[in-house]
Write a protein that binds this ligand. Sequence first.
Ligand SMILES: [Fe+2]
Ligand SMILES: [Fe+2]
Length: 218
Amino acid sequence: MAQKPHASGSVSPGDTSQRVGITSIESRGVDVEELREKLVDAIGAEFTTYYYYSNLRMHLAGNEDYKEITEDARLEDRAHFELVLPRVYELGGALPNDIRDFADRASCPDAEVPTPMDDEGGFDTSQLTVEGVLEVLLEAERCAIRTWSEICDMTRDADPRTYDMASRILQEEIEHEAWFVELLSMERDGEINPAGHFIRGEPGEAPYSTNRRINDSA
Ligand SMILES: [Fe+2]
Ligand SMILES: [Fe+2]
């Protein structure tokens, strides 16, 4: 019988100390260690942004439309974390054991409510403005676009699985930026800059990045 060309390769049969899923992308030029550490940083930013957007959304009191859009962006960041997390392990990486380490290495700044804490440790909301909150949201989306664009560049033509995940996320981050450009333009400058967007069908639908359709248990 003819030899099957992919029946064997550099990893010995039964060897569980190596993964063909790793060697195959290494041989195409991917620095796997660098990539997986960047992925941990990137999902650190998704995870912390999910947290910070919770707080930002709370402080859009009275602006129900802004709250809804922030909620979509918030839940989609959680979907981004969930989508890429298994990939970190496939590439031989792991989440930091200490969540503080995870937050510190996030690839984007903390998207804090733009107001000082008062003496009791609560928020001083007297100076808080809607446009201030929208600016924080906008810049967080821009950092996410830069982050996932870099991952796309590192994996294009060499690591189709990571590239597919990163490009799905990137599409949603670009949408998120457009949403907040529209809202901030009108709120701050009275300018109409349409995002071409209406709210998701379901909050946080994540049309590109959700892994619900791939894995019901995730
Ligand atoms: Fe995200
Ligand atoms: Fe986003």
